[in-house]
Design a protein around this ligand. Structure first.
Ligand code: CUA
Length: 356
């Protein structure tokens, strides 16, 4: 410490020296504030973890704000002390020799600032964290619904065991109710994260992890796989759709029903194409002989606004492009490319569009 002080003490005080750093700090501060404002603007809206729409996410956000506040206080105090010591020494030549009582002050500052304060702060944060974990994992009310979610490379299978519903990438729940989500994986580790509703939970092959989910108000909340799982990890989105009680019952009844037999001739012809082709060995359409379980259940395909786990909007052109060349949108996807003559493709698309 003494050797640190020596170079400063021999420097002659220069006019304006103490003010110059202040000037550049304030300029840097302004730039920093602008950058922070731009970055923080990304925190608003879906799917921001700070724009909370459920109790789990709210608890986590409270912990985050608490930690941020404490970290800012620590930074301000530490930087303030640092600036104080630097600026004070620059004001004039330091002739004072380190005396024993100043040495004791230094030791006291280390004991308080370096040991006592961190112990108190970190212990407090530990209790805050444990309290948050308990609050997030134990919602206090029994679940109104259980949904099984199975991770696949690279899409989400959702099963409602008590209702006999199987769907993909769109998980409908009744708003305001506690939902139990049981998570597992068919291949590698994925992670289920709906930032606005609750924290992340991993989907691990051969193991079932459980999380509770509640959306305070109806809405669509985007979720994302939060564990790197291969080439298309970024294209593994899903949506939690929180419905009103009536909407949820309507959705459940529609999803529970098998696919309606195609009434139009072209769609009926397309069903033959579908069932006669490899499609039906990987995909299920309830009510037909197609009962594959490799890819998403297509019984009510058109009820889902996107295909390929949030990658493409569900419409005729996108379905055609996807069926012909999935790798053009998701290189590495398990669905193979297919070849159809234009009449068969037309019929197949008419059939898929009939799966409402
Ligand atoms: Cu699944 Cu990342």
């Amino acid at each position: 410490m003494v050797s640190m002080a020596d170079p400063l003490t021999v420097m002659p005080p220069r006019p304006g020296c103490a003010r110059r750093p202040g000037g550049s700090i304030s300029r840097a501060g302004v730039i920093g504030l602008i950058v922070a404002a731009v970055l923080l603007s990304g925190c608003a809206g879906s799917p921001s973890a700070l724009d909370t729409k459920g109790p789990g996410a709210a608890d986590i956000a409270a912990l985050w704000w608490g930690m941020l506040t404490i970290a800012l206080i620590v930074i301000v105090v530490v930087v303030g002390l640092l600036l104080f010591s630097v600026l004070r020494r620059r004001r004039g030549p330091e002739t004072e020799v380190l005396r024993p009582e100043r040495d004791r002050t230094g030791t006291l500052m280390i004991a308080v600032g370096g040991i006592a304060v961190p112990v108190v702060v970190l212990t407090g944060l530990m209790f805050f964290t444990v309290h948050t974990i308990r609050a997030v994992t134990d919602p206090g009310t029994p679940p109104a619904l259980t949904v099984d979610v199975i991770g696949h490379d690279w899409w989400w299978e959702a099963r409602y065991p008590d209702q006999g519903v199987v769907t993909a990438n769109y998980i409908h729940i009744p708003a305001g109710r506690t939902i139990e989500v049981r998570l597992t994986s068919d291949d590698v580790i994925h992670s289920f994260w709906v930032p606005q509703l609750t924290g992340k939970t991993d989907l691990i092959p051969g193991q079932t992890n459980t999380l509770t989910l509640r959306a305070d108000q109806p809405g669509t909340y985007r979720g994302q796989c939060a564990e790197y799982c291969g080439l298309q990890h970024a294209h593994m989105a899903f949506f939690v759709v929180a419905d009103t009680a009536d909407q949820f019952t309507t959705w459940l009844n529609a999803e529970r029903a098998p696919a309606a037999n195609p009434s139009a001739a072209l769609a009926a012809q397309g069903q033959e194409v579908f069932l006669g082709h490899a499609c039906s060995t990987c995909h299920a359409v309830r009510g037909t002989s197609a009962n594959g379980n490799v890819g998403p259940d297509l019984t009510h395909l058109m009820s889902r606004p996107t295909i390929a786990a949030g990658t493409l909007e569900t419409n005729r052109a996108n379905i055609a492009s996807w069926v012909l060349a999935p790798a053009a949108f998701k290189p590495g996807a398990n669905m193979p490319p297919t070849t159809f003559d234009s009449a068969s493709l037309d019929a197949l698309l008419a059939y898929l569009e009939s799966l409402k």
